[in-house]
Design a protein around this ligand. Structure first.
Ligand code: ADP
Ligand code: MG
Length: 335
């Protein structure tokens, strides 16, 4: 039986899912009478003046938060409950809607009830509610939902659920299967969606405080330069990781060259089910960065992961299977 379960675990490579979300014009772009630099010509295609790109899905400026959630995140609830690790990450230039897509609204000013009814709510508050709905409807009782919330800033990892302002940066470890662990990162047990909203608010508040502190400190200009250099470095390495994963040659994948790629190691070329949401502006004034983003996203479509069910779940499943078999045998014996 163990062998049977092992063969079930062996899965063929699966391309990671890549979608593009084009936001509406912002005020500045509207005032400047920007023109559209991209055209969403079908649910999967986006056209620029230079090229036509095909993705798993292209979301037009008039799409709403629920459209994205339903396509990208909702199907993953099933996968998570089946024991897969799932990652969703937003990628795109500043101001194109990453935070809007993932969080949406303003977590610090909304009460938890609002999240459910708020059409601005992004993927995180939506999945927080739905995961517990799903657990309740399936009457699953051997589950454990935990939340962690971290910030990666200037190549340092900090725990946003740790109230200590002076916490030292946390260390990242990989096990030999590629799984990533962050030492001393809080993993808070949560029992309903309100618990998650509360942590989301706490973490976001800490993130905002840290942000304004960085600007207020003297030497803000140097700081900003360092910040940008580190962001660029992370993205450069991310690009290199994607590049080497999609090249035919079995080249060394430079995961270890940045914290971002270390954290995402299992999500890119590993055993996780991954979706990237590339966000772009529609305006011709942003055309260059939009094109870079689309090119990057295109390349990422060729990354293959081999999703695998986590050991722990497999053991639980095996236990269940054995229990059923024992019961069946007992019944047969008694008959
Ligand atoms: P990022 O996190 O990528 O820097 P934000 O999510 O903060 O960008 O978005 C920048 C601004 O544009 C915010 O005011 C946000 O509310 C708005 N915005 C982004 N995407 C959309 C969208 N799809 N619809 C409406 N407003 C959006
Ligand atoms: Mg943001």
């Amino acid at each position: 039986m163990a062998a049977q379960i092992n063969t079930q675990k062996k899965k063929v490579g699966q391309n990671i899912k890549v979608v593009v979300r084009v936001r509406p014009f912002n005020e500045k772009e509207s005032r400047g009478r920007s023109r559209m630099a991209v055209n969403c010509i079908s649910p999967r295609e986006i056209q620029t003046k230079d090229k036509k790109y095909c993705f798993d899905r292209v979301f037009q400026p008039d799409c709403n938060q629920l459209d994205i959630y339903s396509y990208v995140v909702e199907p993953m609830i099933n996968d998570v409950l089946a024991g897969y690790n799932c990652t969703v990450f937003a990628y795109g230039p500043t101001g194109t809607g990453k935070t809007h897509t993932m969080t949406g609204g303003d977590p610090s000013s909304l009460s938890s009830l609002d999240w459910r009814r708020n059409e601005k709510a992004g993927c995180i508050p939506r999945v927080a509610a739905n995961i517990f709905d799903e657990i309740a409807s399936r009457k699953v009782n051997d589950y454990n939902v935990r939340v962690s919330f971290l910030e990666l800033y200037n190549e340092e990892v900090r725990d946003l659920l740790n109230p200590d302002e002076r916490q030292p940066p946390l260390n990242i470890f990989n096990d030999n299967k590629g799984a990533v662990f962050i030492q001393n990162l809080n993993e808070k047990n949560v029992f309903n969606s309100n618990d998650i909203y509360e942590l989301l608010k706490q973490g976001t508040l800490r993130l905002d405080l840290a942000g304004s502190e960085n600007i207020a400190k003297s030497g803000a200009k140097d700081k900003r330069a360092l910040e940008l250099a580190n962001i660029n470095r992370s993205l450069l390495i991310l690009g290199r990781v994607v590049q080497s994963l999609t090249e035919k040659s079995n080249r060394h994948v430079p995961y270890r060259d940045s914290k971002l790629t270390r954290i995402l190691q299992d999500s890119l070329g590993g055993h996780t089910k991954t979706c990237i949401i590339a966000t772009v502006s529609p305006a011709d004034s942003s055309y260059e960065v939009t094109q870079c983003t689309l090119e990057y996203a295109m390349r990422a479509r060729d990354v293959k992961n081999t999703p695998m069910v986590n050991e722990k779940v497999t053991q639980v499943q095996m236990f269940k299977q054995l229990t059923t078999e024992i019961e069946e045998l007992k019944r047969k014996l008694e008959a």
